[in-house]
Write a protein that binds this ligand. Structure first.
Ligand code: NOJ
Length: 535
């Protein structure tokens, strides 16, 4: 029997290198800091790490502004440190996923510097999207940046260049074969260095159409501050469907080529996961057709309310849509771009939901610190670094709250993260969330994650699809309870603020909070909690 590829139902731990562990006291996390804490990651019970970018970068957008995609930024170390990290991870049985950023470069990349010096219409400019101004001097079209403001910036000779993100992140022109050649070189570079897969940043954005036309503005592109997760979902979805710079058919040609490249490494089983914000949800499945990428992020749980009907719809839809292309879904409750789940839906709720999704088929992604139950950091405006804060003149606070460094040990902030001044302040109240503290507390979030991930491996990975269960007390998927069976495990989540009794057989495996009492043969599931039972 063929063994399933390693990524099929992996649990993947996302590390934001700047915020994980600082080994040299400069206040920012780095690669040796990660390497020295991989034993912690291993003990958590995950299968792989995904490293957010650590490449040479002026760091205007947390490293997603890459000036050299084939080198390490000195703030994070050097290439030898990257090799060492990969080798220690592999020796612990952890795979490594690198984050690749093909939609744009930093304006400090030598290609863009050359383009600035070159003439209109030159091969140097043809690597990006340079266009003349309109006759009235305005930018070529009305597209807005995802970070706020116009997506065009003018250069000295009057031409404009396109940047869907910050003005320091010029978009690459994927119609130019040089661009694909360079990225294939980058993919091979990291595979040859030992990485096992890639997270593809803005995977839906590489191909642009109708660059010289205004967007028809279905629901107010011109009035929107920016196009991003925080927008009203209806407006965002309307825009995602109509903007001619996302989810174009041409992107799939690129991934078909890349898939051949990945497959050429045979039993290395190189995988790729797409960051693709698309609408309607069925479009996401196109990225994981058999000859394209291996996984696509499902972002619905990053915004879903803690309500049974909402969660049922999101989860059921994702499983069913992925089935149509013979793929498995992905689950993420937090990442470096969104509010942390504990802040968004509540601490108990975050534990319950994590346990609920760890039982589901597919890959589970955990954002470092989520296992500790970390909330968002509370920051003063003077601490903020996210370009969306500056581009919206402070109207949008940005994503720094989710990026505050991890508390490790000790009694005073910054709790062992650094011997210097952390790049974002860590609150003294985070002592309760420190790794050291949580290791000692059997009721901690860290203990719950560790227990759950062991059980996930034992009972769930590879156990096939789920079967939704009727809730005996309240009918199918009641407002209070959401339940499914997978293999011999029954997973029940109580979403109400009251304990709920239900008839469920089997022995308790793990519970996200409280004790589950038995009364008259029934199990009592505490308010806002999730429990696994083994038949
Ligand atoms: C998505 C990344 O996750 C985000 O952090 C970044 O700002 C944008 N892409 C632009 O690269």
């Amino acid at each position: 029997m063929n063994k399933a590829p390693w990524w099929k139902e992996a649990t993947i731990y996302q590390i934001y290198p700047r915020s994980f562990f600082d080994s040299n006291g400069d206040g920012e996390g780095d690669l040796p800091g990660i390497t020295s804490h991989l034993d912690y990651v291993k003990q958590l019970g995950v299968d792989a790490i995904w490293l957010s970018p650590f490449y040479t970068s002026p760091n205007k957008d947390g490293g997603y502004d890459v000036a050299d995609p084939r080198d390490v930024d000195p703030r994070f170390g050097n290439l030898d440190d990257a090799k060492q990290l990969i080798s220690v991870a592999h020796s612990l049985g952890l795979r490594v996923i690198a984050d690749i950023v093909p939609n744009h470069f930093s304006d400090q990349h030598h290609w863009f510097q050359e383009a600035l010096k070159a003439e209109k219409g030159s091969p140097e400019r043809a690597r990006f999207h340079f266009y003349d101004a309109n006759p009235d001097g305005t930018p070529p079209n009305n597209w807005i940046s995802l970070f706020g403001g116009p997506s065009w910036t003018q250069v000295e000779d009057g031409q404009f260049y396109l940047h869907l993100f910050d003005s320091s992140q010029p978009d690459l022109n994927w119609e130019n074969p040089e661009v694909n050649d360079d990225f294939e070189k980058t993919l091979r570079f990291w595979i040859d260095l030992g990485v096992d897969g890639f997270r593809i940043d803005v995977a839906h954005g590489l191909v642009k159409e109708d660059v010289l036309k205004n967007h028809p503005d279905p629901q107010g592109l011109s009035n929107a501050l920016r196009l991003d997760v925080d927008m009203e979902p209806e407006i965002r979805n309307a825009l995602l469907q109509t903007v001619p710079y996302f989810d174009r058919q041409g992107v799939h040609e690129i991934y078909r080529k890349w898939r051949k490249l990945f497959d050429s490494y045979g039993d290395r089983e190189i995988m790729a996961v797409a960051e693709a914000w698309v609408h309607p949800p069925v479009n996401a499945t196109r990225y994981v057709r058999a000859d394209e990428l291996h996984q696509v992020f499902n972002f619905d749980l990053l915004t879903a309310e803690f309500q049974s009907d909402v969660l049922f719809d999101v989860i059921d839809r994702s499983i069913k849509l992925n089935e149509t292309v013979n793929a498995l879904p992905t689950w993420a409750l937090s990442n470096h771009d969104s509010p942390r789940v504990a802040s968004r839906i509540g601490a108990e709720e975050a534990r319950a939901l994590a346990l609920f999704v760890f039982g589901l088929p597919g890959s589970a992604y955990i954002f470092a610190g989520q296992e500790l139950g970390l909330p968002d950091g509370v920051l003063a405006d003077s601490d903020r670094q996210d370009p969306s804060f500056f581009r919206t003149k402070g109207e949008i606070k940005g994503r720094d709250g989710a990026r505050v460094p991890l508390p490790w040990n000790g009694d005073t902030a910054p709790f062992g993260f650094t011997t210097g001044k952390p790049w974002l302040p860590i609150a003294q109240s985070w002592k309760e969330f420190s790794v050291e503290n949580e290791k000692l507390d059997p009721k901690s979030s860290l203990h719950l994650y560790r227990t759950a991930l062991v059980l996930r491996k034992q009972h769930m990975q590879g156990a096939g699809n789920i079967q939704w269960l009727e809730s005996p007390m309240h009918g199918v998927q009641s407002k209070s309870l959401l339940a499914y069976r997978r293999g011999s495990v029954t997973v029940v989540m109580n979403l109400s603020v009251e304990p709920q009794a239900c008839e469920v057989e089997g022995k308790l495996l793990v519970a996200s909070s409280g004790v589950v009492d038995a009364h008259n043969g029934k199990k009592v599931i505490p308010a806002r909690s999730c429990t696994w039972f083994l038949a």
